[in-house]
Design a protein around this ligand. Structure first.
Ligand code: IPD
Ligand code: CA
Ligand code: CA
Length: 258
């Protein structure tokens, strides 16, 4: 499974890179929520590799939803064929392929590939996390005031009551700086590799976090809900950090709890 996940992420990543900057067909899932023909081609490539090699496994992929074996299968693959579609459609080189695999509902394998930097992040539950086959650890940065943070906003930002702009404001004042890079899976990998110290986001999907959350945890970081409660990939909110600034981040998030 690990071998196939890496192969699928690398082949899909190559496809993304080949088409970067070409005139591509873009459709809208919502006013600012895009899907390109490349998202669809990448997903078809990954899904077909999985169903060919593991016909008894289920797949949940962002664009086409469920396929492969029926729900309830022992193994389920969670696939984001292009995380960072808005960046991709603008030619901004910050995007990746994210693949997680669950066994009986628990993610045990995560692979994220950034083709623009040729960076492959891998984690197996209990086996640590790697970047290009070298072991990675979260940063040791503390306190929050010295920390580089990252977040993202949902496509539905203009229609939501809770937009995350309030937290963005608060963390901008309490952290060293806040970035908004546009790929939640890569944001999580950057927490795992110590480039960022903390990440939070309000409304994510299982394919955004399946691989990245495991990679952070296996790199020694902490992943929870905003109040410190247990995170799982069905939980839309995600707080991930190096562990050392986690309590401070929870306290900042709690300032806006209504
Ligand atoms: C999006 C990116 C973005 C995050 C959004 C996601 P997509 O995924 O991860 O960083 O802020 O919430 O939906 O649509 O590019 O796969
Ligand atoms: Ca995504
Ligand atoms: Ca996507």
């Amino acid at each position: 499974m690990l071998e196939l996940a890496i192969r699928a992420a690398r082949e899909a990543g190559a496809l993304l890179l080949d088409n970067l900057g070409r005139r591509i067909e873009v459709s809208h899932k919502g006013p600012i929520d895009l899907v390109t023909e490349v998202d669809l081609a990448s997903e078809a490539l990954i899904t077909s590799l999985i169903t060919t090699h593991f016909p008894r496994h289920a797949v949940l992929a962002e664009e086409e939803g469920a396929s492969g074996a029926a729900a309830g299968a022992e193994y389920r693959w969670l696939v984001d064929p292009l995380d960072g579609t808005t960046n991709y459609a603008h030619g901004y080189p910050c995007f990746c392929v994210s693949i997680g695999v669950e066994r009986n509902g628990e993610v045990f394998l995560g692979v994220v590939f950034d083709p623009t930097r040729d960076e492959l992040y891998v984690a197996e539950r209990g086996g640590g996390a790697t970047l290009n086959h070298r072991s990675i650890r979260v940063s040791e940065t503390a306190p929050l005031a010295s920390s580089l943070l990252v977040t993202g906003f949902p496509y539905s930002i203009s229609e939501e009551k809770f937009t995350n702009l309030d937290h963005f404001h608060d963390f901008s004042l309490h952290g060293q700086a806040v970035r908004r890079d546009g790929s939640a899976a890569l944001d999580l990998c950057y927490v795992a590799s110590g480039r960022f110290d903390g990440f939070w986001e309000l409304a994510l999907k299982p394919w955004d976090t399946a691989a990245g959350a495991l990679i952070v945890a296996e790199a020694g970081g902490k992943v929870t809900k905003f109040d410190g409660g247990r995170f799982d990939i069905q939980t839309p909110e995600c707080l991930a950090s190096n562990g050392r600034i986690h309590e401070e981040m929870i306290a900042v998030l709690a300032r806006r709890r209504s």
